[in-house]
Design a protein around this ligand. Structure first.
Ligand SMILES: Nc1nc2c([nH]c(=O)n2[C@H]2C[C@H](O)[C@@H](COP(=O)(O)OP(=O)(O)OP(=O)(O)O)O2)c(=O)[nH]1
Length: 142
């Protein structure tokens, strides 16, 4: 008989969508999480939690407007990959999109800093554990 190993179930799921904005030179935008937030100072892709009643792409367009001050058409967000992993008591489902078209110039409205980097150079930055597999995927994709 097939036995399934026991798993400890999370208390809640955390749905987050994030975007790798890609510029004409193939660089991606990362932002530094500000002091006082969990995972402070780590470099992440702009984005945030999907709120009740939102689809992941609509939530991401809202987050990009709030965090970077740019206008995004949700239909221009292209699904790239995802991460699924434990985050304390909860379980994080992190959806990563790529985005090549937006209106305006990104500015750090919530983050400590912004940086444009080629995907290979993301390895030099400290990123949340869930993001680490994204680096090789972006290198292959862009
Ligand atoms: N935006 C973003 N969040 C990430 C990444 N990698 C990663 O593990 N996360 C985690 C960190 C947080 O636990 C969660 C995002 O939550 P958050 O608190 O930053 O989102 P939010 O913008 O909705 O923030 P807030 O309104 O609660 O302040 O996802 C990433 O690349 N980008």
């Amino acid at each position: 008989m097939l036995t399934v190993p026991p798993v400890s179930l999370p208390s809640a799921m955390l749905f987050v969508s994030a975007a790798a904005l890609v510029d004409r030179e193939g660089r991606v935008l990362v932002q530094q999480r500000p002091p006082g937030k969990p995972m402070e100072t780590l470099w992440e892709f702009p984005g945030g939690k999907v709120e009740p009643g939102e689809t992941p792409d609509v939530a991401l367009a809202r987050e990009l407007a709030e965090e970077l001050g740019i206008g995004v058409d949700p239909s221009k967000l292209v699904p790239a990959t995802f991460a699924s992993e434990a985050l304390g008591e909860r379980h994080l489902l992190l959806l990563l999109y790529t985005l090549r078209e937006w209106a305006g110039v990104p500015e750090a409205r919530h983050a400590s800093a912004l940086r444009w980097v080629v995907p290979g150079d993301l390895r030099r930055l400290e990123m949340p554990p869930a993001d680490l597999p994204f680096i090789a995927i972006l290198e292959a994709l862009l």
